[in-house]
Design a binder for this molecule. Sequence first.
Ligand code: FPP
Length: 220
Amino acid sequence: MINHVSIIMDGNGRWAKERGKPRVYGHMEGVASVRAVTEACVEWGIPWLSLFAFSEENWGRPQEEVSRLMELMAESMVKEKETLLGNGVRFRVLGNRARLSPALDAAITKLEEETAGGDKLTLIVFLSYSGRWDIQQAAERMAAEGGKDIADYLVTAGVPDPDLIIRTSGEKRISNYLLWQAAYSEFVFTDTLWPDFRKESFRAALDEFASRDRRYGKVK
Ligand code: FPP
């Protein structure tokens, strides 16, 4: 059984460009893919799903695109709240939350509290996240507190490492995502652009994962 699937959602901009539309159109269609994979996890009994929605580096995109993405995030939280609650989904946002607007940060905290009892699926959205940032902040806090285990200080403390990381749109790199946590993750790369990644593509990625032989550096 697979416990945690993580997805690097990529290709929204290219999907929109192919249709002669602004990039934000691709992000909007990408939200429908987020809904599709979330529903699939509930249906297929996968307890953890995480999505790389916005990196620390993404703040460097044009202001217009950044603010539309943040608006989309805020709108989606309002629209999907009842569905999350109705399906037993616990919602969490991990990343450098200090960089989010106070209003968005507060809305996220509220939804996290409201969905805290969700026991079917934990949906984690990585927002303003980068792997090096996470390791850096963890090291600083660990040193200040005299801790011993860095995993306890990463924003993912308590979250199981991903078994599978999927990246869409044909790019084959980790792009400063879960650097520590991906130590033994399997990777599936697909050419499908994120707005086209729905249940069928998700099933195909899970089937590919199922055929892998995981050894964790050992001999079987
Ligand atoms: C990558 O495509 C996608 C993003 C940076 C944003 C993903 C965000 C969403 C799907 C919407 C908000 C999320 C939630 C959880 C409601 P790209 O823009 O890098 O595409 P490109 O590589 O083709 O330019």
